[in-house]
Ligand binder design. Structure first.
Ligand SMILES: [Zn+2]
Length: 411
């Protein structure tokens, strides 16, 4: 990987970086759409590429179950398998221990789970996770980590953090033995729950292994924890991670969360939210989410957003048509998924431009003003951005409310 910091915000910790991988250049900060099963739900790879997206996520756990490594090896990896010519990052499967915890028991050797198709007990070790990701051929591969829910407290959090460090060493060994470091880049995942002391310990240990890892992810968050704790952990990690490696916050996808993370020094994020909410009929816009299922859109000739360059908006598709088909016709899912991915790309692309041009604090203030209006800014965003020198409340009477902020009509 070639990684270069191009620009740094003068106020916040935001930065713009150029990351060159085996399948091309990805400019950071970026949002990575999730293609768990080697397909972005609702779109063809050609459509995804035409939206300007250069890096997507696949899931190693799921691709190992189906189609399996034999099929992937036979076709020469996941790029050829899914007809995607740009970069891929694979999640190692650690997160599935949380999302599928009914099936998994964790031992020092690995995670034991029942195959959801056959019921057979199956062991996923750090070594196997790396081998699977080698068969997939992803440009960025993730270590297998021991993940616990961000709501877990007590000694289990400590155990999972310590084990994640030991598993990182096993992943490094397996990866370096393969000799694939020139094409596939291993990322470490910082664990430690919501405990700053444990996070610090994990940071120290993993930064120490910096010669063997290409980048760092912050894991174990975005699981329903208090947002005030979320941003403090993100900031603690971003502050301590080396400047010459990409930093990836896992499972972050709401626009306001993305921009706070970028301001704190994060380069990459992923989440199923924008594509999932599209299938439920919700379009994301700079004025807040829009629920196209609601009757009030039935006669509207307005586009989702007049300024949006996505195929749905630029062809003039009215909200009335989208209301007519969303959640009923698959074309509705295509239309909104394309729009929402372009929205995510616009949020991050706008941030990159603003950082380069030295106006990122203003970009943040404008975004929050348009997005939340007078409905109320989330207090945690105000606090998080204040910690890096941006006062969202500057020059205006703005309502600040606890929790997520404005209540959208997206029920
Ligand atoms: Zn659009």
């Amino acid at each position: 990987m070639e990684f270069e910091v191009i620009a740094q915000c003068h106020t916040t910790n935001a930065r713009v970086c150029r990351m060159k991988l085996a399948h091309g250049i990805t400019m950071l900060p970026t949002f990575m759409p999730v293609a768990t099963q080697a397909a972005i739900k609702g779109l063809t790879p050609q459509q995804v590429e035409s939206l300007g997206i250069t890096l997507i996520l696949n899931n190693a756990y799921h691709l190992n179950l189906r189609p399996g490594t034999k099929v992937l090896d036979g076709v020469g990896g996941a790029h050829a398998f899914q007809g995607w010519h740009r970069n891929i990052l694979t999640d190692s499967g650690g997160f599935q221990f949380v999302s599928l915890d009914k099936f998994a028991s964790i031992t020092e050797e690995g995670a034991l789970f029942s195959c959801p198709f056959t019921g057979h007990p199956t062991m996923l070790t750090p070594e196997e996770s790396i081998s699977i990701q080698h068969s997939i051929g992803a440009d960025i591969i993730m270590q297998l980590d021991d993940v616990v829910s961000s709501l877990t407290v007590g000694p289990r959090v400590d155990e999972a953090m310590e084990r994640s460090i030991r598993w990182l060493d096993r992943c490094i060994e397996q990866h370096e033995r393969s000799g694939r470091q020139d094409r596939q880049n291993l990322f470490a995942i910082i664990q430690g729950g919501l405990d700053p002391t444990l996070r610090d310990k994990c940071l120290d240990a993993m930064v120490e292994r910096g010669d063997h890892v290409a980048g760092y992810a912050i894991g174990g968050l975005s699981g329903g924890e208090e947002k005030d704790l979320f941003w403090r952990i993100i900031k603690q990690c971003a502050d301590k991670l080396p400047i010459d490696r990409p930093r990836y916050s896992m499972g972050v996808g709401f626009a306001e969360d993305l921009l706070v993370c970028v301001a704190l020094g994060i380069d990459m994020a992923d989440c199923v939210f924008p594509t999932r909410t599209a299938r439920f009929g919700v379009a994301l816009t700079f004025k807040g989410p829009l629920n196209l299922r609601l009757k009030k859109h039935a006669k509207s000739m307005d586009r989702i957003d007049d300024n949006c360059p996505c195929p749905t908006c630029s062809t003039g598709t009215p909200r009335a048509m989208l209301h007519h088909i969303v959640t009923i016709e698959t074309a509705g899912a295509h239309a909104l998924t394309q729009h929402n991915l372009v929205f995510q790309a616009q949020v991050m692309g706008g941030a990159r431009d603003a950082i380069v041009e030295g106006r990122f604090p203003e970009y943040l203030r404008t975004f929050f003003k348009n997005y939340f209006g007078d409905q109320g800014y989330p207090e945690w965003c105000v606090n998080a951005l204040r910690s890096v020198g941006v006062d969202l409340l500057q020059g205006g009477n703005v309502l600040v409310i606890p929790g997520r902020g404005a209540k959208w009509d997206v029920a």
